[in-house]
Design a protein around this ligand. Structure first.
Ligand SMILES: Cc1cc2nc3c(=O)[nH]c(=O)nc-3n(C[C@H](O)[C@H](O)[C@H](O)COP(=O)(O)OP(=O)(O)OC[C@H]3O[C@@H](n4cnc5c(N)ncnc54)[C@H](O)[C@@H]3O)c2cc1C
Length: 863
């Protein structure tokens, strides 16, 4: 019997790495063969550069046959027409077939341009950077565009899962247009299906929202989120912007002279529609060992793998599968195949959060990287955490390495440094820089991405689990809050009172008895002598109430209403905790952003003051400039200290509520679905508001109480059965046994006015409860109307605050320039800095206000 055959299908980023790793892992115990549909390997992450001619296509491509021959891996580029999973057979495009023992699918994405009319480079009107050939064609279009500049639209359509490259390409174009000095002729719009900028298919990572928003704003790139592209014409893109409820909020017709929109991905035809293997979108289903559950001899990695979205969004948004995740999948598959060949079960799992990125400041990215020995001016590393300073932010083209290009810098348990490009031969070194250890290739490329974006793209390589989301914070608060524990205990007590009230109408049995010891001397009565006795008596009584005048039913109704009230109280407590947590969460993010913004303002003011002093020394400006700058610096420092104080309080409140340290909070998410109209909100609040429900239950309890009080006027009748036994009681050896059945009645005819007073009291209590219900109804109506309009207003305020922040930042940039060339006095710049910072703070606060307003409305509606 020959060796088993492992076939790797696809030779892109995932397939090529997998072929290498599997070949090394199986150590001659199996043959490895790779089936591609092309002889060429393309380094996809560099495609955006090809589209602006920062790279020629050949510089990022490798001829695969000699590479595989050198590694003794079988290779064909005929391509697969179909996987016949049940027959373990791969049908190739020329009609031949390969029978495999194990199949590793890494066929990447099929680009779904056809899902939107006019999209894409094949007969459509937008360019693409998804494939190197697309990017090369885009470069030709870009050349023509710069001759005749106009608007640019960049982004990712509904269902796309790869957002990092869209942001990257927008910034690359901005940089390139500046280099060509035509940026001012090109209005740019970023159009994305994401619910907010920086969502990245991962519901944001760290502060990606603020980072990317400020990056786009700084570069004067407008954006539309929650966007659904409906149709693309020759020079105009039709986009529906939808609201949280999925309804179209605004239709945009965006004219463009150049547009790149990332399409949605789906599985390639060779693997799609195979029962058990792929999901309806054609992505391969895998377990945590990268193995298909229906066909255990099939594994998959890369973009072709099915990963569910992180959560619902108004417009469909997929999860990105980035280079390091893919490499991690390849490593896991190689290890698992090795185990299987040894007759063991697979155990290896991919570490999808191979890289963790955090932000701390728009100009600083914290990357959990293992830095090798080198350090330079802009980097200082400690304990494997490398703090990259974003000084290059102000340089249009920075000499940064891309995340994938610098794989050798990254370290994780099963990730050998340099693994990613070890598969590429030396002679293909793109920049001629080689890894000292041998085969590896590093592509040190010039990129337009500033560190914030680098952080965001890296963030794409780490799936959730690293930052706390709002929902996680709410869940933590729910399990942590002692108020909820207390409310739950109240509900349990109220439920027990119902059982107690029911017990009043049920039969009861009572056993009583006495026993003693002593001496009894009858003094000769009946001639009986004195004797030692043990007097004892026992009695069993069984009673069945027959008529209690309605006391029992009133008691039960009262207890039930008490239970309803307790439940409503618990709901109310929960809603209050939710709102408080949302507020605390928003405050943590807001105050942190304030600290960052005021920190920046202090830095700016320090610089302005420094320059004012220099100019004053040189006799170019009056001392007033220095004084004004010093005053504003002090003001900024005071604001920074105040923000720090607020941040400490916000952190403490958050921890108090949730029991969590507010270390890494995801950005404020989109608001939960809200009622479409005020009527809907009012209907829901009237039906479900917990405070109203509590008041109504209190009224029911009070009314039951009046029935109970009136019942005291009526007699109580019950049947009873008694049995008694008495010994040694009156004289020595006394014996008596007896049994009785009968009816017992009790009717209090005169109680000194106590009963009528009780009735009056309970009637008054019922009237008070009724008034409270009416008051609660009006209060709920009023609160709902005001919360509904507050939620609406908060969304509008947020949009206005965003526009204001954008305008203020633009104004500050212009003023900065005008002051520099002497067209305006320095005071104008001080004012502009102050206004821009205030507007940015306002914007952050408005996001927090928006989500708090939304949750407040939902709390009123009992949701
Ligand atoms: C523009 C862009 C930029 C990106 N930038 C980054 C980045 O900076 N960092 C990062 O981590 N990730 C990035 N990614 C995401 C990801 O790393 C890449 O998409 C990566 O190429 C995916 O690898 P893959 O092997 O799954 O798919 P691919 O690289 O697309 O490879 C699939 C291969 O399968 C072949 N194939 C398909 N069908 C068949 C068939 N029937 N028979 C034989 N062969 C077939 C294809 O020809 C292709 O060679 C980027 C993605 C895009 C689109």
């Amino acid at each position: 019997m020959g060796k088993p055959l492992i076939v790797v299908l696809g030779a892109g980023l995932g397939g090529t790495i997998a072929s290498y790793e599997i070949k090394a892992a199986v150590k001659g115990r199996a043959d490895v063969m790779t089936v591609s549909d092309t002889d060429t390997y393309s380094f996809v992450p560099s495609n955006p550069w090809v589209a602006v001619r920062w790279r020629e296509p050949e510089a990022i491509q490798i001829d695969l046959p000699p590479v595989f021959a050198k590694k003794k891996i079988g290779f064909t580029s005929i391509g697969a027409r179909r996987v016949h999973a049940s027959k373990k057979c791969l049908e190739l495009n020329d009609g031949s077939s390969i029978n495999y023992d194990y199949l590793v699918i890494s066929t990447g994405p099929d680009l779904a341009f056809d899902e939107i009319e006019g999209l894409g480079p094949h007969g459509g009107h937008t360019v693409s950077v998804c494939q190197t050939a697309h990017a090369a064609a885009a470069a030709d279009k870009f050349d023509a565009f710069v001759e005749n500049p106009g608007p640019i639209v960049i982004g990712a359509v509904q269902g796309a899962s790869c957002y990092g490259p869209a942001y990257e390409f927008a910034l690359i174009l901005d940089t390139e247009l500046r280099k060509r000095k035509i940026r001012d002729k090109v209005p740019m719009t970023f159009v994305t299906a994401e619910p907010y900028i920086g969502h990245l298919g991962l519901d944001g990572v760290g502060d990606t929202k603020s980072l990317l928003e400020s990056e786009l704003r700084d570069r004067h790139i407008k954006w539309i989120t929650n966007a659904r592209v409906t149709r693309v014409e020759h020079d105009v893109m039709h986009v529906d912007e939808v609201g949280e409820d999925g309804a179209v909020r605004k239709a945009h017709d965006l004219p463009f002279g150049f547009s790149m929109m990332l399409p949605a991905f789906r599985g390639v035809p060779a693997v799609s529609n195979i029962e058990g293997l792929t999901n309806p979108r054609g992505f391969v289903i895998v377990d945590r060992h990268q193995r298909n559950p229906a066909f255990p001899e099939i594994f998959a990695l890369g973009v072709c793998v099915a990963i569910p979205p992180t959560g619902p969004t108004p417009v469909p948004v997929g999860v990105p599968k980035t280079g390091f995740m893919i490499e991690s999948m390849a490593t896991a598959i190689a290890a698992n195949l090795s185990l299987i060949l040894d007759g063991k079960e697979p155990t290896a799992e991919a570490t999808w959060n191979a890289v963790c990125a955090r932000d701390g400041h728009p100009q600083v990215a914290f990357l959990i990287l293992k830095e090798r020995s080198e350090t330079d001016d802009s980097r200082s590393c400690r304990d494997g955490v490398c703090r990259l300073r974003g000084a290059a932010r102000h340089r249009p083209v920075a000499d940064h390495a891309s995340l994938v290009d610098r794989a050798h810098r990254l370290c994780r348990p099963q990730h050998a440094a340099g693994e990613l490009h070890r598969l590429l031969p030396r002679r293909h070194a793109v920049q001629g820089i080689r890894h000292p250890s041998g085969d590896s290739l590093q592509m040190t490329l010039k990129r337009a991405i500033p560190f914030p974006l680098l952080a965001c793209l890296l963030a794409g390589a780490s799936l959730p689990a690293r930052a706390t989301t709002l929902q996680e914070a709410i869940a933590a608060a729910m399990s942590h809050a002692p108020e909820i524990e207390a409310a739950r205990a109240d509900t349990d007590a109220a439920d027990a009172r119902i059982r107690e009230a029911r017990g009043q109408g049920l039969p009861s049995a009572t056993l009583s008895g006495t026993i003693g010891h002593g001496r009894l001397d009858p003094q000769g009565f009946f001639g009986l002598p004195a004797a030692n006795v043990t007097p004892r008596a026992a009695q069993l009584t069984i009673e069945q109430p027959l008529f209690l005048g309605g006391r029992v039913s009133a008691g039960i109704a009262q207890a039930k209403a008490g239970s309803e009230a307790a439940r409503a109280g618990e709901t109310m407590t929960r809603s209050q905790i939710v709102v408080a947590t949302v507020q605390a969460y928003g405050n943590v993010l807001t105050t942190r952003r304030m600290v960052a913004l005021y920190g920046q303002m202090v830095a700016q003011m320090e610089e302005i003051e420094r320059q004012a002093r220099l100019r004053f020394k040189a006799g170019e400006s009056p001392s007033t400039d220095v004084a004004q700058a010093t005053a504003r610096l002090a003001e900024a420092q005071a604001a920074l200290e105040n923000a720090r104080g607020l941040a400490v309080s916000a952190d403490a409140r958050f921890t108090n509520l949730t029991g969590l340290a507010p270390r890494a909070l995801q950005p404020i998410p989109a608001s939960p679905a809200l009622p479409a109209s005020l009527d809907e909100a009012l209907d829901s609040a009237r039906a479900n508001n917990p405070a109203l429900a509590q008041a109504e239950a209190a009224l029911d309890a009070a009314q039951a109480g009046t029935r109970g009080a009136r019942a005291e006027r009526l007699p109580m009748i019950g049947a009873f059965a008694e049995g008694a036994s008495v010994r040694d009681q009156f004289f020595p050896d006394y014996r008596s046994d007896g049994a009785t059945i009968g009816v017992r009645a009790r009717w209090q005819i005169f109680a000194g006015g106590r009963v009528s007073a009780k009735i009056t009291e309970s009637d008054s209590a019922a009237r008070a409860a009724d008034a409270r219900v009416r008051a609660a109804r009006s209060a709920v109506d009023e609160q709902t109307i005001s919360a509904f309009s507050a939620a609406r207003a908060a969304s509008l305020v947020e949009a206005a605050a965003t526009a204001q922040a954008l305008a203020a930042a633009q104004a500050r940039d212009s003023v900065r320039h005008e002051v520099r060339v002497g067209m305006k006095p320095q005071l104008d710049l001080l004012d502009a800095e102050r206004e821009a910072t205030a507007a940015a703070v306002n914007e952050t606060r408005s996001q927090s206000d928006r989500i708090v307003a939304a949750y407040r409305l939902l709390a009123l509606m009992g949701r």
